[in-house]
Design a protein around this ligand. Structure first.
Ligand code: LMR
Length: 395
């Protein structure tokens, strides 16, 4: 059965990790996978997570099955984190489940959409996270793109985006990144979200929100502005969120998928469908990551500590943006890279060719995705000089 299979190429993002690990150059820099790193290039465990794990170890009293919804307390806390005090909560129109990471949430959402409407069209931004297309297609959806990033002018192609969304049908799905757009770092302003919400209301398409970086853009509530606005304007939507980045729980695989329905009755029915889909895929989500998050979010002390640690991560990434732009200037680079400081979250495109990306990797051991997407968290005061110098050389 396996004999006729052809080997698959390495994943464009995760494959870089392997190459980076094998590289023996002491000056190597990892700007590949979207993982937060401190000044020493290390992805530490957050202190609030350490404390929650200690508490968990002391108090956990069973390992019995958790059920397809996952932990009810985690689901409640995540619903509040995502929607704040939005009326959909009081109208009892949201149902949230724990999922194996944000990717698990997206895949479950895609399977759910395909159950609602087999082969439904989902519109994704051009560009979008490298895994979105494959993931949606694997679930049976038809993927189309809307313009998003203007590569030439290094800004949002908002006119193009609006024009394309006006042509979407009312039974299509539109994927929107809540914040920290991956890979461009180019986010919608509040005013632009208002215009998107108007179109969603007029046409009636269903938004699917990918929120993998809540708290990494401007703040926890600010980053959820667009999705909360959409929840005012549409009857149905799905939100997929991740605790990988903001809680640093990358390997625990914990995220959430929230369904918003027109009424309690409708969302309750939809929820049963979602649960039966999960039963057929992984049956139940892992419990450990959810337990850590619920302990943190339900403790005033740990929650306050998490806010602080999240702010430290957000501020460091933002400082790195300025650091790189200043350093490039100091190396005599005349090309304008100031756009990097106007973008948000973990990523920006450097805006060089795939050939130049390869040159950076082969000659300088600097790793980024072929599209020139850089994970800004990989920049540090002790490598930015070498980084800017190397970029200056390949330019
Ligand atoms: C990324 O885009 O680098 C992250 O979301 C990690 C991943 O799974 O691709």
């Amino acid at each position: 059965m396996f004999c006729h299979l052809n080997a698959m190429p390495a994943d464009p993002i995760l494959g870089l990790l392997v190459k980076y690990k094998q590289d023996e150059n002491p000056l190597k820099i990892d700007l590949g996978v979207g993982v937060y790193k401190n000044e020493l290039g290390h992805t530490e465990i957050l202190n609030c997570v350490k404390k929650a794990e200690k508490y968990r170890l002391e108090t956990e009293d069973t390992k019995v099955y958790i059920g397809p919804t996952g932990s009810a307390q985690f689901n409640d806390e995540m619903t509040k984190l995502i929607f704040g005090t939005h009326k959909v909560l009081f109208e009892d129109r949201v149902r949230t489940i724990s999922t194996p990471g944000g990717t698990g949430a997206l895949r479950v959402a895609a399977e759910f959409i395909n159950t609602c409407k087999p082969g439904a069209t989902i519109w994704v931004s051009n560009p979008t996270w490298a895994n979105h297309m494959a993931l949606f297609q694997a679930a049976g959806l038809t993927v189309k793109t809307y313009p998003y990033y203007d590569y030439e002018n290094k800004c949002l192609d908002f006119e193009g985006m609006l024009a394309a969304l006006k042509d979407v049908s009312n039974d299509d799905v539109v994927l929107l990144h809540a914040c920290c757009h991956n890979p461009s770092g180019m986010d919608l302003t509040n005013n632009q979200w208002q215009q998107i919400a108007e179109i969603a209301k007029d046409i009636g398409f269903m938004p699917l929100i990918d929120m993998a970086y809540q708290g990494f853009g401007t703040g926890l509530d600010e980053d959820a502005y667009g999705l909360r606005l959409l929840a005012d304007s549409v009857n149905e939507m799905i939100v997929c969120s991740s605790c990988s980045k903001n809680f640093g729980l990358y390997r625990e695989r914990i995220g959430a998928c929230s369904l918003v329905g027109k009424s309690t009755l409708i969302v309750e029915k939809a929820f049963t469908v979602l649960l039966s889909i999960i039963r057929g895929i992984y049956s139940m989500p892992p419990a450990h990551g959810a337990a850590i998050v619920e302990i943190i979010l339900s403790s005033d002390e740990l929650r306050a500590q998490w806010y602080q640690e999240l702010k430290i991560m957000r501020d460091r990434i933002n400082n790195n943006r300025q650091l790189l732009v200043n350093k490039l200037k100091s190396k005599g680079v005349t090309r304008d890279f100031s756009f990097i400081t106007h973008q948000a979250g973990m990523f920006s495109f450097l805006g060089i060719t795939a050939q130049q990306v390869k040159q950076l990797q082969d000659e300088y051991s600097i790793y980024m995705v072929d599209s020139s997407r850089m994970s800004i968290a990989g920049i540090a005061t002790n490598n930015v000089d070498y980084l800017a110098q190397s970029i200056a050389k390949i330019l």
